[in-house]
Design a protein around this ligand. Structure first.
Ligand SMILES: NC(=O)C1=CN([C@@H]2O[C@H](COP(=O)(O)OP(=O)(O)OC[C@H]3O[C@@H](n4cnc5c(N)ncnc54)[C@H](O)[C@@H]3O)[C@@H](O)[C@H]2O)C=CC1
Ligand SMILES: O=C([O-])CC(=O)C(=O)O
Length: 331
């Protein structure tokens, strides 16, 4: 076991995703069975008491890897020395609300948090933004952390990726573990594009499934893209355990690498690949090795994919322009 605990800061620690996430981090599922962690919980003052309750429960689990828990209501202290930052705390979308409605409300949260990460994070900090609108919140945080490499700021589309894996596995009647190389492109919103043209489905090309255009366009794509709203409708609350699970998967693969021959999806800063404007935080097909994400290159983008990627990227551009106008991207 490495001697020095990894500092993991979780914002929104008293929320429903926080509750599903913290125990899994403390048990070693995110960083591995050899890596001790020190948890830093950031909440708004009204959330501190509930966070204290969660910390008591974490203590009561006697996790051997849990080196300590600190609770904060102020970002500078919470991010001091942070190695892994999970920015979950935000206002969740209620019934009938679109993510765009949340831009202004949540932008104000991510600006000071980006600045606090810039001021005090460890040199190897890795940031995952879960709180919606995740891509644009990540962009805001990144814009306020000029001393941190932009590639360290990511937005979560792993839940969409996992949702797509299961839809494809069900359609093809194969185990979910046999579905590989799916991609979520664009924004974590209803415009996202789940792409199975390059998938491998139990050894068969995913493109075979795309021949059923009705299933592809009227079932698969909208089911994945609108799954968040369907869960809200069914549960009366947004996805929590599955979102926490996806955050664990994202950070695990970032730190430990993606499996040979497969890739996953993550919102990362665009280098201009696939026509996505440089600097936007967009979801791409990505591999990870040595602690860095890399965009999978050379995939052919057909007509349907081009239209759908462009539509989601256009939404990201709109969100970026809206927060820029609100002064949330700084000078
Ligand atoms: N990217 C993704 O795939 C997904 C993203 N989400 C998003 O994750 C976010 C959190 O969801 P839930 O945990 O269900 O919400 P929740 O409302 O249960 O918890 C949010 C917590 O954040 C705290 N909070 C608010 N402002 C804060 C701040 N400035 N600093 C620290 N904490 C703060 C609140 O006090 C609350 O405890 C929402 O924005 C939701 O839309 C949810 C599911 C999937
Ligand atoms: O839709 C929401 O508000 C929650 C979310 O991001 C998801 O479940 O994908």
């Amino acid at each position: 076991m490495s001697a020095t605990p990894v500092n993991v800061t979780v914002t929104g620690a008293a929320g429903q995703i926080g509750y599903a996430l913290l125990f899994r981090i403390a048990s070693g599922q995110m960083l591995g069975a050899d890596t001790p962690v020190r948890l830093r919980l950031l909440e708004i003052p009204q959330g501190v008491k509930a966070a204290e309750g969660t910390a008591m429960e974490l203590d009561d689990c006697a996790f051997p890897l849990l080196a300590g828990i600190d609770i904060h209501d102020e970002p500078r202290a919470a991010f001091d020395g942070v190695n892994v930052a999970l920015l979950v705390g935000a206002r969740p979308r209620g019934p009938g609300m679109e993510r765009g409605d949340l831009l202004a409300a949540n932008g104000g949260i991510f600006k000071p948090q980006g600045a606090a990460i810039n001021a005090g994070a460890a040199y190897d900090v890795r940031v995952l933004v879960v709180g919606n609108p995740a891509n644009t919140n990540a962009l805001i945080a990144q814009a306020h952390a000029p001393d941190v490499p932009a590639s360290r700021f990511t937005a979560m589309t792993r839940l969409d990726h996992n949702r797509a894996l299961t839809q494809v596995a069900k359609k093809a009647g194969v185990p979910v573990a046999d579905v590989r190389r799916l991609t979520i492109w664009g924004n974590h919103s209803a415009t996202q594009y789940p792409d199975l043209f390059h998938a491998d489905v139990a050894g068969r090309p995913g493109v075979e499934l795309t021949e059923d255009r009705t299933w592809l366009e009227d079932d698969f794509i909208p089911t994945v893209a609108k799954r968040g709203a369907a869960i809200i409708d069914a549960r009366g609350a947004s996805s929590a355990a599955s979102a926490a699970n996806a955050a664990i998967d994202h950070v695990h693969d970032w730190v430990h690498g993606t499996p040979e021959g497969d890739w996953t999806s993550a919102g990362i800063v665009s280098d201009g690949s696939y026509g996505v404007p440089e600097g936007l935080i967009s979801s791409f097909p990505v591999t990870s090795s040595g602690g860095d994400w890399e965009i999978v290159q050379g995939l052919e983008v057909g007509e349907l994919s081009r239209v759908k990627i462009d539509a989601s990227v256009a939404e990201l551009v709109q969100e970026r322009d809206a927060v820029r106008e609100l002064g949330l991207l700084g000078g």
